[in-house]
Design a protein around this ligand. Structure first.
Ligand code: ADP
Length: 312
């Protein structure tokens, strides 16, 4: 893929005899990409290999068209990184810290200081920027981490578990901000998460990782379309008659614990169910199509990985 932001070929990393990452060959186009997998899946290892913070045991990788081993310095100027763990310098004020990160990425002092304030504004940090980072809440630390990753105006942002430790409103704020980066500034973002909701909420593409292997890699729209469609029906009345009509039409009907009826469907749309109900004069019902398509795929992928059947 000519304009891929990340291209890897047989990328792997072992610690002793244990493989944290195995034979990953992917080509990732620009966009907002979610690296999704349970804890210990190999997400951080993959990201650290791309950043040359870990030396791959096997394979090669190109980030923004450059080989990670030979062009480490250049990629540092074009890539921003928010690590999973805090990497703050004790005693330093938020604005000092972000400005220092700008300088480390190649900006002159004045420019770094100016950008630091602009990015702290962007992430919604007020006067707290003049306090020591040691006093920050988890939410403020995550914002400072995002500001330092953006300070040198990167083309690609790599964020390792950026919503870790946040409460619901803090998470919503950070996700909305990350989601706006591609739209408003054209920055591609890779975020790792063990939470499907985070990835589904802001990403257009997902890589599912388990046991160090890439199990799925596609756009979220394609993954949803690929999975068998499921329709859930909440009948207002006439439940037994509806079950009978569906079964006579050749559909296996599953009754869920919450009282809904679930059927498999060849089509994503649920219109055919409505038509069938109308034909039989059945009362209206609430329908939802493929309510958990991506979750089903995620769970299915994890089960496959646990059985040792990864597809990398
Ligand atoms: P994730 O980010 O998906 O939670 P990691 O990439 O951190 O997963 O870890 C993948 C696997 O590699 C885990 O089993 C972890 O224990 C192991 N691992 C990661 N870093 C090291 C290290 N420095 N030394 C030994 N094992 C490691």
């Amino acid at each position: 893929m000519a304009d891929a932001i990340i291209e890897t070929e047989g990328l792997g990393k072992s610690y002793g005899s244990a493989w944290a990452l195995r034979d990953v060959s992917v080509s990732i186009p620009p966009g907002t990409i979610g690296l999704l997998g349970p804890n210990g899946a190999g997400k951080s290892t993959f990201l650290k290999c791309l950043l040359n913070l870990e030396t791959p045991t096997t394979g090669t990788a190109r980030v923004l068209g450059r080989n990670i081993r030979s062009s480490h310095r250049e990629s540092r100027e074009r890539v921003g990184y928010g690590p999973e763990l805090d990497a703050h310098i004790p005693g330093m004020m938020g604005c000092e810290y972000v400005a220092l990160c700008g300088q480390l990425s190649g900006l002159p002092f004045r420019r770094a200081r100016q950008r630091a304030h602009e990015m702290l504004d962007l992430v919604g940090m007020g006067q707290e920027r003049y306090r020591s980072i040691d006093t920050y809440s988890t939410g403020m630390k995550q914002r400072a981490k995002l500001a330092q990753a953006l300070v040198h105006d990167p083309e690609l942002l790599i964020l390792d578990e950026p919503t870790n430790g946040l409460d619901a409103s803090g998470r919503e704020y950070i996700l909305r901000l990350i989601g706006s980066l591609r739209r408003d500034f054209g920055i591609s973002v890779i975020i790792s998460s063990h939470l499907l909701q985070d990835v589904e909420r802001i990403c257009d593409r997902v890589m599912i990782v388990a046991n160090g292997r890439v199990i799925e890699h596609d756009t979220i729209a394609n993954l949803k379309a690929r999975r068998e469609h499921v329709i859930e029906i909440t009948p207002l009345s006439g439940r037994d008659r509806l079950v009978q009509v569906l079964e006579e039409a050749g559909h296996a009907v599953e009754t869920l614990a919450n009282g809904r009826l679930r059927i498999a469907s060849d089509a994503a749309s649920s219109n055919w169910v409505l038509e069938l109900m109308q034909q039989h004069g059945l009362p209206p019902a609430h329908l939802s199509a493929s309510p958990d398509a991506l979750q089903g795929l995620f769970l299915q992928a994890l089960a496959t990985a646990n059985q040792g059947g990864g597809l990398a």
